[in-house]
Design a protein around this ligand. Structure first.
Ligand SMILES: Nc1ncnc2c1ncn2[C@@H]1O[C@H](COP(=O)(O)OP(=O)(O)OP(=O)(O)O)[C@@H](O)[C@H]1O
Ligand SMILES: [Mg+2]
Length: 268
């Protein structure tokens, strides 16, 4: 990757406002061939961060949403029948390894242990991917990088990574941005003026304080963007806030009433 493509990538990159030094850390990880694990609550910007960094570094991005049915073959590839012939078709991980791309494993704790073990020779200094079915042993092309993310909050205790997997990754904790950053993010994403976004972010702060008591998870930046987008489109604040920032959080009528009191206290 030369400096020119880097600059071009930066200009075209999807909008991402940094919360701290995560961009520098990602670049350093990439320069040193180190895999990185992003931890943080739903809707706080992990996926956006990865697409931003991939564009900035000028690398293709292969994203895999992990689940407990995901097999090693889904990642690596399989033989498929095509017009009477069997042909080998690379999976997303193999493609990323060959091309020197970024492979992003979203919700990696959902994947079975036998799948995460496939990552081991790729995430230490060997940087190889053995493909048992074809007998190939691929060496990762320069630029190949493995990124994984998960939400430590709502996982049950059994759903964690094996230490031998975990300790192959650098890890960064993400959280919701500070109010100033969040106001800017929501205004940019929704088109609503910052002064009109401000009370929504204040409400979010109050709702997040209820996490662990009345609410399982605090309200995400994503949901504030939804509320602000509805308001920018002309919907009333009450209706937008209810649909985007209250109803998605709980089904419990009592809790909902409590949350609506908070809304009334902020918006009058
Ligand atoms: N720092 C940020 N800069 C720009 N946009 C952001 C930022 N943080 C959050 N957003 C906005 O929030 C939305 C949700 O973020 P994203 O999809 O990256 O969350 P996530 O952390 O990947 O959530 P999940 O764990 O549910 O997949 C984005 O589409 C974007 O609009
Ligand atoms: Mg995501």
């Amino acid at each position: 990757m030369n400096a020119h493509t880097n600059l071009k990538g930066a200009a075209d990159a999807p909008f991402y406002l940094a919360q701290g030094d995560e961009c520098a850390l990602f670049e350093a990880a990439s320069a040193n061939n180190l895999p990185i694990l992003l931890k943080g609550p739903t809707g706080c910007g992990k996926t956006r961060f990865v697409s931003h960094m991939a564009a900035r570094l000028g690398r293709p991005l292969y994203t895999v949403a992990c689940h407990d049915d995901l097999s090693a073959a889904d990642l690596i590839g399989r033989y498929l029948l095509k017009g009477g012939e069997t042909v080998w078709v690379d999976g997303p991980l193999t493609r990323a390894v060959r091309e020197g791309a970024i492979c992003y494993l979203d919700e990696v704790v959902e994947a079975r242990k036998d799948v995460t073990v496939v990552l081991h020779p790729l995430t230490d200094d060997r940087r190889i991917l053995p493909i048992d079915r074809t007998g190939e042993e691929l060496e990762a092309a320069p630029g190949f990088m493995l990124v994984a993310s998960y939400n430590p909050g709502y996982q049950n205790i059994l759903k964690t990574l094996k230490p031998s997997t975990r300790q192959r990754f650098l890890a960064v904790e993400f959280d919701f941005p500070t109010p100033d950053v969040e106001i800017e993010v929501v205004a940019r994403e929704s088109g609503l003026a910052p002064e009109r976004v401000k009370p929504l972010v204040r409400l979010a702060g109050k709702l997040r304080a209820l996490k662990g008591q009345d609410l399982e998870e605090g309200v995400s930046t994503r949901l504030i963007v939804y509320a602000a987008s509805l308001i920018a489109q002309g919907m009333s604040i009450d209706r937008a806030v209810e649909a985007a920032m209250i109803e998605p959080l709980t089904d419990d009528a009592d809790v909902k009433r409590g949350l609506l009191d908070l809304v009334a206290a902020i918006f009058g």
